[in-house]
Each structure stands twice: as structure tokens, then as C-alpha cells.
Design a protein around this ligand. Sequence first.
Ligand code: GLC
Length: 433
Amino acid sequence: MTADGHDDWADRRRSLRSAVTELSHRNRQTGWAPWCERHYDFVCPSFGTYPFQWFWDSCFHAIALSHLDTERAERELTSLMANQHDDGFISHVTFWQREQYEKMLSTYAIAYRTPWLSNSMQPPVLAEAVASVADRGRGDAFVAEVVDSVRRFYDWCDAARDPDGDGLIAVLQPDETGLDHSPKFDAYLGVHSEEHADFTAAWHRVADPYDEHDRALDVMFSLDRFIVEDVMVNTIYAENLRVLASLLERSGGAAAAGVYRRRADQTVSTMLSRCWDPDRGLFFDLAGADEHWLTANTVTSLFPLLLPELSAEMVRRLVTQLRDAARYDAAFPVPSVARDEPSYRPGVVGGSLVWRGPTWLNANWYLARGLLRHGHRELAVHLVDRSVALIERSGFREYYNPETGEGHGAHDFGWSAIALDMLELVAPSSQQE
Ligand code: GLC
């Protein structure tokens, strides 16, 4: 029996490890891409719906793989960085083998830089993924090989996505947050239904004018059609800048590390001063050139729990939300939208609209870590227990019903394997086996 009262962690980890091993074989994509003359080796999010390499999915895949096979975890990341653009940008999708899936591609709403590379970003999880893979694998040798690419990517984030210089980076279309149809964007996007077609039309209203100007960044910002300084994206950004700083420190770049720590400090201090609503006890995204709040209570409002400098009062308010059955304390937490929001839908909605209520395991991974950082171990353990229970009950699905635990969306969904890393957080293997 462990201190947490979970005497079955070791058994659960053994089953989960073997399930993740199978999943990572099933979803593996390897081959040679003539368009860039490179080999690729990555885990796709799901063969049925997402056979390509997605940015933040791949980072989560690498973290899961780092527990099983560090060589493959390295290749996941080197494949992701292989087609980095000269300006440091890394596309949110690399369509390595697009010719095999032309029909599927016609169903996507995605902006392209080239036929093989998308022209949008995703939450910048890269430094965390590199650190995980290095820590369990070749350590500093791997860091030394990739740190320059990683640094150039975060320099791109700063140069391209923070034109107002407040330390918060902006996304320019909803899918750049990775939270495509979150109801927090509904009013801003002018969507008033739960029909997929209406979201696609709204996406085109944002993205088509960008295309008319070749997606020149200054024009995209000046159009002021969709500019969101998203709380989740920026929490992840700040965390990753700090991880990048420590990667630099261990690879001979200590002098440069200060730049990234200062950027992270500014990101955090702006978020604390501009995004925190003391009345509701939540953080809200800033939208538009006028930086108005997007005020729906969604899981991203809780993400700053990850930040070490959060005040005790802010932590208390966010934890209260997590413990509140009317909001986030569902049978299988954490719902992506608070249960008392009118837009909350625990199951499938609009065919395949995402992030409108179901539980996603990558969000739980961040929240569990935030809880641990602020000493809420019991709640973190509960979240890990429930997350692993979702996989035990319903397999690796894209998202889950927070009330029933039923799985929805894509099957064999790669990033749900992040639960393996969650288990390590609360019950490290060394203590068990
Ligand atoms: C959906 C998700 C996005 C994810 C992609 C591939 O578009 O909203 O976050 O990266 O699927 O899994």
C-alpha cells in the first residue's frame, strides 16, 4: 500500500505501459518523403482521422514514448523539427505522406504554407517534450543536437506573435489554440449554433481574408479578425520558455538562458495582471485589438495553476473550481467546459465539434502537475486515478464523457497515452518496481 492508498499503481502501470506500447506501434508512420528527401518516423494522432504529424500531439507522443523507447521518442521530435522554416516557425501539421490521403484532406479546414506544411501554429509544448526525452534518454547529447532548433522556434513565437510586446503570444485563428471549437470563441467568432457547417463558415471568415494577403503577419494582425492571447497557450509558453532556459544552461548556452527566463517572467506577470478576474476567480483570454475578455468558464481558465508564482489566493480560487461539482468535479474530471455553462455538452455534439465539454487527457496532465506544484497532492492523485480509469474503461479515445467515462471522437488516439507520464508523477516506477 502506498502513501496514497493506491496499492494497485504498479499493476495499473504495467497494463498501461503495454497498452501504450501497442498503441505506439499501431499508430506509427514511417517512410521516405520525396518532397523533402527525408525519412520520417512519428506516431500519428489516429489512423482513422489524423494520419499526419501534428505539432502538440507529437510533443505529447514523445513524452509518452520517452517512458518506453527513447530512440523512437527522439525520432518523433526530430521528424517534427525536420521541416522547420528558415524563420524558426514549425508548422502545426506536416503532411509527410499526403498523397495517400487526398480524400481525407478535402475534409480539413487548414491553412497551408506548402502542400506538405500547414501555415499555423499550435500550443508550444516543444521544449517540455525535448526535456522529457533527454532526461530519460541520452541527456545532454540529445539536448545539444536539437537546442538550436528549439530556440529558433521560441524566437519565432516572440518575433511573430507578440507584436504589442506585452509578453503574451497571440493566435490568429481558433485551431491555433488546439481547442478548435471551444465555446469560449463562439460569440467572438459569431457562431450561434452547434452545427459543424457554421464553425467551418466562421473559420473561413477568419482565414480567407488572410489568404488574400498571403498570410502576411502584419496584415493578419491589422485585420483584427481573430487575435486571441489565450490563457492556456500562454501558460504553456511561459512554462516552455523556462524549460528552454534550463536546456540552454545544460548545453553551454547559459548566457542566453536569461533572455528566455525574462520573457517567461513578462508573460506571467502580464497574465496575472491582465487575465485574472478576481470576481469570478478565473483567468480569461484577451481577444481582439481591444483585448476584451472571453468570459466562458472553460478548463483553460484553470491552466495558470501550473505557474509557480500564482498567489495563494489565486490557487485557492482555482482549486475551489476543480472541487466544485457544479463546475469541474465530474465523475471523470476535468470537463473542458464548466458544467454550469449553458454551452456545456458532455458527449458528442454537432457530429464532431471538439472541446465543448468532454474531458481531454492532455489538459489533465497539465492540471495534475499544477496541483502538485502547489501542494494539492490528494487532488492531483485523484485526477491521475480518474484519467487512468478512463483508459481502463474506454481505451485511448480522443476525448471522454466526464459524466459516464464513455469514449468519443477518434479511436486509438495518441496523446491520451500521456496518462503514462501522469502515473509517473504520483507513483514513480522507482518507488514501485
Ligand atoms: C483536433 C484538435 C487538435 C489536435 C488535432 C489532431 O483538431 O482540436 O488540438 O491537434 O485534432 O489530434
